[in-house]
Design a protein around this ligand. Sequence first.
Ligand SMILES: [Zn+2]
Length: 215
Amino acid sequence: MRKVIVLLSGGMDSATLLWLAKKEFDKVWAISFNYGQRHSVELKYAKRLAQKAGVEDHIIVDIPLYKSIKGSALIDENVDVPEGEYPQDEPPITTVPMRNLNFIAMACAFADSLEIDTVGIGVHALDTPYPDCRPEFISAVEAAVNAGSILVAKKKIRFNIWAPFLGMTKRQIALLGKDLGVPFEDTYSCYKGVEPPCGVCPTCIQRKEALEGII
Ligand SMILES: [Zn+2]
C-alpha cells in the first residue's frame, strides 16, 4: 500500500500536490504548520482543502521557534511584505530561515511513527530564489532522512521526498490542478494575510499569472 504525507500550506501548489497524491497513493495524510506566519489565515484554507480531499488525517503543528527569528517579512512584524515580483537570484525578504528543513523534518517524524515512507512537497521551478526549495536541497534532505529514519533502519527501505513539481512552472501546476479538479477557489497564498488577497505581493502576482483563465 502506498502512503504519503503532503505538506499543505493552503496555496494552489500544495493543493494540486494533495489532489495528485490522492490519484497516485492509496492513503494520504496532510500536514500544515502554524509558525507565526503573518498569513496564518492560510490554515483555514488548508483545513477546508484537507477535508475536501478526504485525507486520513490533517496534522497541524505549532512551531514557536519562529517567534524568536527576526528579519523575514513573513514572520517579523517590523519587516514589510514587499510588493511586485520576486528578485531573480537572491533569497527574497520573504524567505523564512530553514523553513522547509524544519517542515520536512517534522513531517518525517510523523512519517516514521505512522510507517509512511513518502513525504510530498510542492516546490516548483519558480521557487528557486528560495534556497530551501532548490533541487539540491531536496536531494540533500532526502539523503539526511534516509540516514536518520527509524523506518528505513528497521525495514531496509528507501524514504522518498516526493517533489514532482520541481521541473514545472506554476502555470503547468495550475493546468494539472485543473485536470485533477482542484478547488482553486478554496486556496489562498497572499503574504499580507488579508481577505480578499492584496493582489500586489509577489505570491499574489505569481498566482494571478498562473491561474489566468482557469478561475
Ligand atoms: Zn498578496
